[in-house]
Design a binder for this molecule. Structure first.
Ligand SMILES: Cc1cc2nc3c(=O)[nH]c(=O)nc-3n(C[C@H](O)[C@H](O)[C@H](O)COP(=O)(O)OP(=O)(O)OC[C@H]3O[C@@H](n4cnc5c(N)ncnc54)[C@H](O)[C@@H]3O)c2cc1C
Length: 445
C-alpha cells in the first residue's frame, strides 16, 4: 500500500492542500485508541489521523463514580490480547506509574473505572500526536478517481472551532460509540437526566436541594447511581424504578465469559441466524440489564440496615415503568405505571435519572454520502466482512471499517472492551496488508 506521509494528490476538483491519510479514525474512545496503538506497533508505517469531538480523551466521565469498577479483566486492555509484550498494556501502565505492587496486592482482576481512565490517559499521551480533539466529523463522502472511476478515497468533512474543513482518507474507521437512550416520550432537561451525564449534572446541582430522586432502570448504571446517591446525599430518599422485579446478576462465570473470547467472534460470524439468535438469547445476561454481584449486595445491605433502623431511604418500585415526567411547581412529577396491580400513580421528585441504556453505534448519519454504495441486509443493517469492513459496490475500493455497530454480524463483544485489542489488530492488519487475519485462519470473509 502507499504509505507515504500526507500527500496532496489531485483526483477531482478540491482544495489544493487537502491532506490525504492512509487511515482516518472517527471518534477517539478506547476502540480507536487501541487501533492507534496497533498501527503504531504494526510492521509498516501508515499515515493516520483521528478526530474526536470532545476536547480531550473522556471515557464515560459522567459515570466515573469513585467505587465503580470495570466489568472486564485488566488483561483485556488496549493491547495485551493482540500483543502480550506491548508497551501499551495495563501492566506496563502500572509499572510505569509505580502502582504494580499495590494493584497485585489487591488480588482483583477488575480495576476501578477511575483507574482504567488513568490507564487510557497514560496510553493516549503516547499517541496524542495523531489526534485532533474538539473536531467533529459531520460527513463522509466518496472521492472518485477520474482515471478508473473507482471510489478509492473518502472525503471526511470536519467541524471545529475554526469552522469547516476536510481531509481525505484511503480508509476510515468509524468508532463513534453507543448512543444514550431515553424512555419513550421523555426529553432530557435540567431535572431529567440520562445516566451518561450523571456526574456532570450532579456536580452542577445544588446538593442541599436534593431530597427526593428517582432512578429508572435495572442495569449496572442504574444500580451504581442508586448506591452513589444513597451514600452521597445522606438525607435524600432514592426511588429505584425497576422494570424487573429486582436487580438481576451479571453472569461472569467462566463458560459464559467465553462468549467474549476472540474465538467466539469467529463462531458468531460464521454461525447461522438461528445460532446468532441463540447466542444473544442465552448470553445477553452477561452484559445487558444486569448488575455485578458486589453492587447488588451493597444495595441490599443498605436497604436491610435501613429497615432495621426504622427508616426507608431506599424505595423500590418493582415491575414499573415511567410513562411521563413533567415539571409541576418546584418538582418533577413522574408518572409511574406498575405492572403488579396495573396501577398508574405520580411521584414528585427533584430529579429523575434515566439509566435506561444505550442504542448501538449507528454510523448511518455520517455515511449518507455513500448511500446506494453500501450493502445492507433485509433488515436494513450494514453487511460487514469478518475484518469489520463494510461490504459495498465493486467500485468502492477504499476501506470503511466499523468498531461498534456490528452486534448483528460479530456478536456481543461488538460494543464492549473485551475484544478491542484483537479487533483493532485485525482492522490494522486488513488495512496494512489488504488481507484479513480471519481469511488466513480459514474463516470466510
Ligand atoms: C458507564 C459505562 C461503563 C462501561 N464499562 C464497560 C466495561 O467495564 N467493560 C466493557 O467491556 N464495556 C464497558 N462499557 C461499554 C463501552 O461501549 C465501552 O467501554 C467503550 O466505551 C467502547 O469504546 P469506543 O471507543 O468504541 O466508544 P466510546 O468510548 O463511546 O468512544 C466514542 C468516541 O467517539 C466520539 N464521537 C462520536 N461521534 C463523533 C463524531 N461525529 N466526530 C468525532 N468524534 C465523535 C465520542 O465523543 C467518543 O469519545 C461501558 C459503557 C458505559 C456507558
Amino acid at each position: 500500500m502507499d504509505h507515504n506521509s500526507v500527500d496532496t494528490k489531485e483526483s477531482e476538483p478540491r482544495a489544493p492542500e487537502t491532506e490525504t491519510y492512509d487511515v482516518v479514525g472517527i471518534g477517539f474512545g478506547p476502540s480507536n485508541l487501541s487501533l492507534a496503538i496497533a498501527l503504531e506497533e504494526g510492521p509498516e508505517p501508515v499515515t493516520a489521523r483521528f478526530f474526536e469531538r470532545q476536547p480531550s480523551l473522556r471515557w464515560h466521565q459522567g459515570m466515573l463514580m469513585p467505587s465503580a469498577k470495570m466489568q472486564v479483566s485488566f488483561l483485556k486492555d488496549l493491547a495485551t490480547f493482540r500483543n502480550p509484550t506491548s508497551a501499551f498494556s495495563f501492566v506496563a501502565y502500572l509499572h510505569d506509574t509505580g502502582r504494580l505492587a499495590q494493584f497485585v496486592n489487591n488480588c482483583d482482576f477488575f480495576p476501578t473505572r477511575r483507574e482504567f481512565h488513568s490507564y487510557l490517559e497514560w496510553a493516549e499521551s503516547k499517541v496524542r500526536h495523531r489526534v485532533s480533539y474538539g473536531t467533529e466529523v459531520s460527513a463522509i463522502e466518496p472521492v472518485t478517481d477520474p482515471g478508473t472511476g473507482a471510489v478509492d478515497r473518502l472525503r471526511v468533512v470536519l467541524r471545529d472551532e475554526a469552522g469547516t474543513r476536510q481531509v481525505e482518507a484511503r480508509n476510515v474507521v468509524v468508532s463513534t460509540g453507543l448512543v444514550p437512550r431515553m424512555p419513550v416520550g421523555l426529553e432530557r432537561d435540567e431535572h431529567v437526566w440520562h445516566s451518561s451525564a450523571f456526574l456532570h449534572n450532579f456536580r452542577a446541582w445544588k446538593k442541599g436541594g436534593l431530597k427526593r430522586v428517582a432512578v429508572v432502570g435495572a442495569g449496572q448504571s442504574a444500580a451504581e447511581i442508586v448506591r452513589f446517591l444513597y451514600d452521597t446525599v445522606p438525607d435524600a430518599t432514592v426511588h429505584a424504578i425497576l422494570p424487573s422485579y429486582g436487580y438481576a446478576i451479571a453472569d461472569n462465570t467462566p463458560f459464559a465469559n467465553e462468549v467474549f473470547d476472540p474465538a467466539a467472534v469467529d463462531d458468531f460470524y460464521r454461525g447461522t441466524q438461528r445460532a446468532k439468535d441463540a447466542i444473544w438469547r442465552y448470553h445477553k445476561n452477561t452484559n445487558y440489564s444486569v448488575v455485578d454481584d458486589e453492587v447488588i449486595r451493597d444495595l441490599y445491605r443498605r436497604a436491610s440496615d435501613d429497615e432495621t433502623e426504622g427508616r426507608q431511604r431506599l424505595r423500590f418500585a418493582r415491575l414499573s415503568r415511567v410513562v411521563d415526567a413533567k415539571r409541576v411547581a418546584q418538582h418533577t412529577r413522574v408518572t409511574v405505571h406498575s405492572l403488579i396491580d396495573d396501577d398508574t400513580y405520580d411521584l414528585d421528585v427533584d430529579v429523575l435519572v434515566c439509566a435506561t441504556g444505550y442504542d448501538p453505534m449507528d454510523p448511518a448519519g455520517i455515511l449518507t454520502g455513500l448511500e446506494g454504495r453500501l450493502s445492507q441486509d433485509d433488515d436494513g443493517r450494514y453487511r460487514i466482512a469478518r475484518d469489520y469492513r463494510l461490504l459495498g459496490a465493486d467500485d468502492l475500493t477504499c476501506g470503511i471499517y466499523l468498531q461498534g455497530g456490528a452486534e448483528h454480524t460479530h456478536g456481543l463483544s461488538s460494543s464492549l472492551l473485551s475484544n478491542i485489542a484483537v479487533r483493532s489488530g485485525e482492522i490494522a492488519h486488513s488495512i496494512v496488508t489488504g488481507r484479513t487475519a480471519a481469511q488466513e485462519r480459514g474463516v470466510p470473509a
